[in-house]
Design a protein around this ligand. Structure first.
Ligand SMILES: *Cc1c(COP(=O)(O)O)cnc(C)c1O
Length: 467
């Protein structure tokens, strides 16, 4: 036994022998050598553990090395095709960018820019200026700034404006927004003190006022702010009540307190004419008198990851100069993409055409059916076009289901097996399973991805036929 192992070990080819294999002409020498060493080391281990009892040929080893090399060259962050129908899929990177946003990145990435430099003055400037004019113009607010995401925006607002005092929040708004963003926890981390008012379903203006008066008491930390949180990812319906934003803003003003609103999604324009109702816009909050409004750049706004803060000039100034602002600052490429995305909103019709998130959201079911027919034709006879519903995702518009069209795959194999096959192909195709059928939702599919889907499907049919 050991003799055989020793014999095998002696026959392992030398690294140089494999490097000279014709298959590797033109390969990067360093990467190739690393891959070869790994393959030979695995081989040695396999022989020592008696898992490998005969030596692979040089060609077989070369194939193993090529595979290892291909894996090394493949980025960990890779393209996937989204057939889930969930537009703002947090796990799949939320909002795809508009062409103008990508151009802005491409233009600014390779060189230098006036990120923090005033060209007229020849002096240092602030990156907040890049988007401030657009933000004030689009929302009606006095001032604006940008940080790296909305979670940071909320934290910074609390740090700079509530200043470790009491922050009054309705019990119906103490939400968790996926992952680890929980309003009570963020509040605690900001050093301010949570004062819950009202109940889960009903909170009245008088509840807030009572809490403000109590916060002035001897054992309290003093009233710091009123906080309104947009309950992005769920709805409370039935026997419910809460004061309007105007009422809340009026109460805050009466007591000289800031009203902060975490708006979550940050819808920039009304979408009624596209059949989407009940999404508050940022401008409405400004108009209602909210002092500080925070929202995401990569939810309904459809831009890059960012946290946008608009509101009263004095509060925004405090945030800009807060020591923690630096730790949350937006990166220059995101800023470039954000500016370009905001610029599209100057013409709302253009925004709906050009910003993929809005375009997908506003797409009619008729158009989606036409798209589904095109794909189904290529996949015949294995596909059926069906009427389905899709969701916005990203904790946006939870009350709305959007009528969509999907292509369901018919095959004598479980929906789970199908789902796995498509997910693990060369370009992962992520679909969804509904009523025990695997399907691709047209709302989030790009027609440019049809050839990749058809290719993957052909591979699947070949597998099916060999069963
Ligand atoms: C999504 C969301 C957040 C977190 O925003 P990110 O940009 O993901 O950090 C915070 N609050 C509300 C209400 C949200 O919907």
């Amino acid at each position: 036994m050991t003799d055989n192992i020793n014999a095998l070990l002696r026959q392992i080819p030398k690294v140089d022998e494999l490097l000279a294999h014709p298959q590797f002409a033109g390969e990067n020498k360093t990467l190739l050598t690393n891959a070869t060493r790994q393959v030979l080391s695995d081989l040695r281990t396999g022989i020592l553990q008696s898992k490998i009892t005969s030596l692979p040929t040089l060609d077989e080893l070369a194939l193993g090395i090529s595979r290892k090399l291909a894996k090394t060259n493949q980025p960990n962050l890779q393209k996937v095709i989204n057939g889930t129908g969930i537009i703002l899929h947090t796990n799949l990177g939320r909002a795809p960018l508009a062409k103008a946003a990508m151009d802005a990145i491409t233009n600014s990435a390779p060189g230098y820019s006036n990120l923090e430099y005033s060209i007229p003055d020849g002096k240092r400037s602030s990156r907040h200026i890049i988007t401030e004019d657009l933000l004030t113009q689009l929302t009606g607010a006095e001032a604006g700034m940008v940080v790296n995401n909305n979670a940071a925006a909320v934290l910074l607002a609390l740090l700079a404006v509530a200043e470790k005092k009491d922050v009054i929040v309705s019990r119906g708004e103490l939400v968790e927004i996926g992952g680890s963003f929980r309003v009570p926890d963020v509040l605690q981390q900001s050093g301010s003190h949570l004062v819950e008012v009202g109940t889960t379903n009903k909170t009245h203006l008088a509840d807030y006022e009572k809490a403000i008066l109590a916060a002035n008491g001897y054992y309290s930390h003093g009233p710091g702010a009123l906080l309104r949180v947009h309950t992005s990812n769920f709805i409370i319906s039935g026997f419910t009540a809460k004061p309007t934003l105007e009422e809340l803003a009026g109460l805050a003003a009466k007591h000289s307190l800031p009203l902060i609103e975490d708006l979550g999604s940050g819808c920039m324009i009304p979408l009624h004419e596209y059949g989407i109702h009940g999404q508050p816009t940022v401008a409405e909050s400004v108009k209602a008198g909210v002092d500080v409004i925070t929202f995401s750049g990569d939810k309904l706004l459809g831009g890059p990851q960012a946290g946008i803060i608009v509101g009263r000039k004095d509060y925004i100034a405090k945030m800009k100069s807060h020591p923690m602002a630096r730790a949350m600052r937006i990166d220059k490429l995101c800023l470039a993409a954000l500016e370009a995305t905001l610029r599209l909103y100057l013409d709302p019709k253009l925004a709906v055409q050009e910003i993929p998130t809005l375009k997908m959201l506003c797409e009619t079911q008729d158009n989606l059916f036409a798209k589904a027919e095109k794909l189904a034709e290529k996949l015949a006879p294995w596909a059926t076009v069906i009427s389905e519903v899709s969701q916005a995702g990203g904790g946006a518009i939870p009350e709305e289901n959007f009528a969509t069209a999907a292509v369901a795959i018919n095959a004598d194999i479980t929906a789970q097996a199908l789902e796995k096959h498509f997910r693990t192909g060369p370009t992962p195709i992520i679909g969804r399973i509904s009523k025990d059928r695997f399907m691709l939702d047209m709302r989030t599919l790009n027609e440019e991805d049809f050839p990749a889907i058809v290719d993957e499907f052909s591979a699947f049919v070949r597998i099916i036929k060999t069963y």
